[in-house]
Design a protein around this ligand. Structure first.
Ligand SMILES: O=C[C@H](O)[C@H](O)[C@H](O)COP(=O)(O)O
Length: 219
């Protein structure tokens, strides 16, 4: 199976976690796009979705799925999203597509976080994928200097603005032995909106597309 076929497989497998008559939390990215397309086949069974990006909102609406503001929504039983990397504790790096902040907010608000990914995303130690950090534009240089002090090599994602009007620093070269600790340290730098480590709120279930099948990994 190709990587895209594996993404489709896990996108479809995530439907099993969708709760009837509920509002579904929807992430962002190429894997989630398959989930959105699959969700459309059961749209009459759900109330709608909350979305983590303008891109996902557009795709959901094209399928005729109603998109709600998170503030209007009380209970959010399930959030489905992809990842750039996951370790075996289901701690993640996310934000390759720049949607990390809204993703982290919805993940925090949801009862259950289902991560969908092909096997290339499962790693022993996080950090080969450059860690995205969303930064208030005027703080970019200051934050970059603080990150260098932590041993990282921040690269400004040129020509990219997040849905929140901020910029992204992609941090290379970090040794991430303690993801929760690093997540907190980075979030403590003034000017950082959030970083792409999802360790304090890791996934609850990882649906991993591997060798033509879906492997279910729980914490
Ligand atoms: O900002 C983007 C998100 O965190 C995505 O979930 C992540 O980049 C994975 O995307 P994809 O499924 O396209 O590999």
């Amino acid at each position: 199976m190709t990587q895209d076929e594996l993404k489709k497989l896990v996108g479809e497998a995530a439907l099993e976690y969708v709760v009837d008559d509920s509002i579904v939390g929807v992430g962002t990215g190429s894997t989630v796009n398959y989930f959105i397309d699959a969700l459309a086949t059961m749209k009459h069974k759900i109330k709608g979705a909350v979305s983590s990006s303008e891109a996902s909102t557009e795709r959901l609406k094209k399928h005729g799925i109603e998109v709600f503001e998170l503030n209007e929504v009380g209970k959010l039983p399930v959030y489905v999203d992809g990842a750039d990397e996951s370790n075996h504790l289901l701690e993640l790096i996310k934000g390759g597509g720049g949607a990390l902040t809204r993703e982290k907010i919805i993940a925090a608000a949801a009862d259950q976080f289902i991560c969908i990914a092909d096997e290339s995303k499962l790693v022993r130690r996080l950090g080969e994928f450059p860690l995205p950090v969303e930064v208030i534009p005027m703080a970019r240089s200051y934050v970059a200097r603080q990150i260098v002090k932590l041993g990282g090599d921040p690269v400004y994602r040129t020509g990219f603005v997040t849905d929140n009007g901020n910029v992204i620093l992609d941090v290379h070269g970090l040794v991430i032995n303690e993801p929760i600790k690093l997540e907190r340290i980075l979030n403590n730098i003034v000017g950082v909106v959030t970083n792409g480590l999802f360790a304090e709120r890791a996934a609850d279930v990882l649906l991993l597309g591997k060798e033509g099948k879906v492997e279910t990994i729980t914490r």
